[in-house]
Write a protein that binds this ligand. Sequence first.
Ligand code: GTB
Length: 214
Amino acid sequence: MIPTITAFRDSPDKGRGLARDMRIRWALEEVGQPYAVRLVTFAEMRQPGHLALHPFGQIPTYEEGELTLFETGAITLHIAQRHPGLLPEEAVARARAIAWIFAALNTIEPPIVELEQAGYVEQDRPWHGEHVRIMEDRIRHRLDQLAARLGDADWLDGAFSAGDLTLVMVLRRLEGTGILEHYPTLTAYVARGEARPAYRRAFAAQFAVFEQSR
Ligand code: GTB
């Protein structure tokens, strides 16, 4: 059964692969699962039809027969559990790889998203500069720890996994902040992820949406 995901019809990132459908496209490409994409406008995301799939009116969603899912972590985990290639077979190694999906989403991503949001909603506040500095410090603290754990390894824990996929996409959200550039091993880690053929196919597919809308 070919799953259907949703993605922005007009992504604000202009095809740079930062919207979260990119994570799901990449996971599906890694495991060799063809998929369909339904493009949605911001207005359509507020309609009952989409809200039935995603209670918060966001993308991406994932439909596969009877199953509908939202939340990129849950969708990535579902794909990784359903197909070989994104999680180790051995139970202990598998549990550790799954922990990295949660770490990327629960420990690394929150201050990155908060910094991003601060740039949109509070730039006119007198405390904005201080808030930005606090968020940047929190991000650097996590990147210090992450770089220490990664060391000179290619991936977080042995072979490339759904944890690496999620973390690479989270770190990509730092683009334009100038923060990641201070971490050469993490920059190289992200570049390794982006060089994977499955990533490139996923990126090309989401970029084509932007190209067609121009
Ligand atoms: N926790 C959810 C998940 O992981 O699936 C979060 C989903 C989410 O934030 N979806 C965003 C969305 O639908 C798109 S990805 N937003 C519309 C809304 O909430 O009304 C976030 C995103 C959007 C745009 C850029 N960009 O332009 O660079 C980057 C990331």
